[in-house]
Design a protein around this ligand. Structure first.
Ligand SMILES: [Fe+2]
Ligand SMILES: [Fe+2]
Length: 285
């Protein structure tokens, strides 16, 4: 299948040093325990998860002849490497608050060890392409809808927006590599079902653990507020269901959802005067 990644797409790794608040306010997301810990629970999957993404793509680098895609792989590795390191600091802040991050990260590490030992490189890459789609639709939701981070600590907003911007930029790299070296759609769909299951499991486990440590696990108001923020009538996750399902279509490609205009609008936040030549012209200053 032909890739529909825009020609000349600029994937630009940005070395950031956020100096996350130390100590991290326990409920940094506007004083809301559910919202803060939902993001925290996702974050603690990133240090190991993104290293796994890098390994699974890097394994096939030498099989890729297209110089454009090879360049994108290099940038993908650069971006995910920075994400992994920043989220490691984030995990440390959570550990300092007394949460059992070692146990939570241990579940992720054990699964990655199993995957790398028992599954073929193609299946590992399929898992990466699937999880990158989940990450990308959440990232785009976060960038488009301010309610995701409304009222949160400004440094945390910046960290999550930086990560979301770069996830959007490189959303098709693993997918394009997969298409070139394997392309089997049913493997990809199965990987998505498994990936979704474990992502939801790990996120829920982290959220429950942190709410429990805060003494809020059985607080009905916390759950009602949080679940309605996610899945209520105007819930922030509701609009993501359609894009999630798109992945199961036979002709799916991540760039069928055009994010170039969004990227151009947001790059100024992090790039200053950086002017990236895109397929449709230079980024407006
Ligand atoms: Fe990332
Ligand atoms: Fe990514």
């Amino acid at each position: 299948m032909a890739s529909t990644t825009p020609q000349g797409l600029c994937i630009h790794p940005r070395q950031m040093d956020f100096e996350l608040p130390d100590p991290l306010p326990r409920h940094w997301h506007g004083g809301d325990a559910f919202k803060s810990h939902l993001f925290d629970a996702m974050s603690l999957q990133f240090p190991d998860g993104e290293r796994f993404f890098i390994d699974s793509v890097r394994y096939f680098r030498e099989h890729i002849g297209d110089p454009q895609l090879r360049k994108q792989i290099r940038s993908f590795i650069g971006q995910e490497g920075h994400h992994s390191r920043e989220h490691q600091v984030y995990s440390k802040r959570l550990r300092d608050l007394g949460y059992d991050i070692d146990r939570l990260e241990g579940h992720v590490q054990a699964r990655i060890r199993f995957t790398q030992k028992r599954l073929s490189p193609q299946r590992q890459l399929a898992a990466t392409a699937a999880l990158e789609h989940i990450t990308a639709i959440m990232a785009e939701g976060l960038l488009r809808d301010a309610r995701h981070l409304e009222g949160a600590h400004p440094t945390m907003v910046r960290l999550w927006r930086w990560h979301a911007l770069e996830e959007t930029e490189h959303k098709a790299v693993a997918f394009d590599v997969y298409n070139q070296v394997c392309g089997n759609r049913s493997l990809l769909r199965r990987a998505m079902l498994m990936g979704t299951f474990f992502f939801v499991l790990d996120t829920s486990r982290g959220l429950v653990h942190m709410l429990k440590r805060d003494g809020l696990l059985w607080n009905w108001r916390v759950w009602r507020g949080g679940l309605s923020w996610l899945w209520g009538k105007r819930g922030i996750y509701r609009p993501l269901l359609g894009p999630y399902r798109d992945f199961f279509r036979d002709d799916f490609h991540p760039w069928q959802r055009d994010s170039l205009e969004l990227l151009q609008r947001l790059r100024g936040e992090f790039d200053g005067a950086h002017q990236a030549e895109e397929a449709n012209g230079p980024v407006p200053s």
